[in-house]
Design a protein around this ligand. Structure first.
Ligand code: SAM
Length: 250
């Protein structure tokens, strides 16, 4: 197995593949002011196994296109959609987020939790804007510095993980520069990292290692995630996910 295949195996049975929670998704949704007399067209980009997709489908009248590069995640999402009787509201699409071929202004809402970093915040916003109606909303969670002061060691670690990690002020500038107006922002609480993401992850470590005969690559994945957890705990006052909700104005 390649490292990517192992990573997919490590995450495929998880409720989420990144920090977040149903209450964060609902909180972000509250900033969105759209008529719902006909179903809203929503794209959920980098949906993973669909933690947030299911919450969205349960709470808005919508037709959701859930996009991810990895079919195994989409299979899980389709199963969950069936189990919750939401299969008519959710369509899955295997596609890379930087190679989407949706129509111009096709969507009322573009949603993406913990995934835009894969192509970069600025690049993602510029590309996805084309698919969003004027007056439509972007809702994105993204690694964010909580102030301008932070220890060097913390800065280096998260910067190595994601070179575009920045303050909310700078993220908002990027949104505004690209014709978006911020309508809401909040910081994900610690419980969305620990209870919803890291604790369930820690519970999977042993089984994952056993399943893969304690291979070098499997140990590498576990060790890297243990280190990430250590850094999150050390730096939680300096770094979190910010949730940005912005309206397309121009
Ligand atoms: N939104 C989910 C959540 O919060 O639980 C998943 C977030 S996870 C950190 C990032 C997701 O992006 C993964 O599901 C991964 O498979 C997906 N992904 C990675 N590269 C991608 C790409 N090029 N295009 C689309 N999705 C991609």
């Amino acid at each position: 197995m390649t490292e990517m295949e192992l990573l997919i195996d490590f995450f495929v049975d998880a409720e989420r593949q990144g920090p977040g929670s149903p209450s964060d998704t609902l909180r972000a949704l509250q900033f969105i002011d759209l008529e719902q007399d006909k179903p809203l067209k929503v794209a959920d980009i980098g949906c993973g196994t669909g933690g947030q997709t299911i919450t969205l489908a349960q709470n808005i009248k919508a037709q959701i296109t859930a996009v991810d590069l990895f079919p195994k995640f989409l299979v899980k999402l389709n199963l969950k959609a069936k189990e919750t009787n939401l299969q008519n509201k959710i369509r899955t699409l295997k596609r890379s987020m930087d190679d989407l071929d949706f129509n111009k202004e096709e969507f009322d809402i573009i949603w993406s939790e913990g995934a835009i970093y894969i192509m970069g915040f600025a690049a993602g916003i510029k590309k996805w804007k084309y698919f969003l109606k004027t007056g439509g909303y972007l809702a994105i969670s993204e690694l964010t510095w909580l102030s301008n002061l932070r220890p060097k060691k913390i800065e280096e670690y998260w910067h190595n993980q994601y070179s575009e990690v920045d303050t909310a002020a700078n993220k908002i500038k990027i949104l505004e520069k690209n014709g978006f107006s911020l309508v809401g922002y909040f910081i994900l609480p610690e419980s969305s990292w620990i209870d919803n993401y890291y604790k369930p992850m820690e519970e999977r470590f042993d089984d994952f290692l056993r399943k893969h005969d304690n291979s070098e690559l499997a140990r590498k994945i576990v060790n890297e995630h243990k280190e990430e957890i250590r850094y999150y705990k050390m730096a939680k006052n300096h770094c979190s996910y910010g949730f940005y909700i912005a309206k397309k104005i121009g």
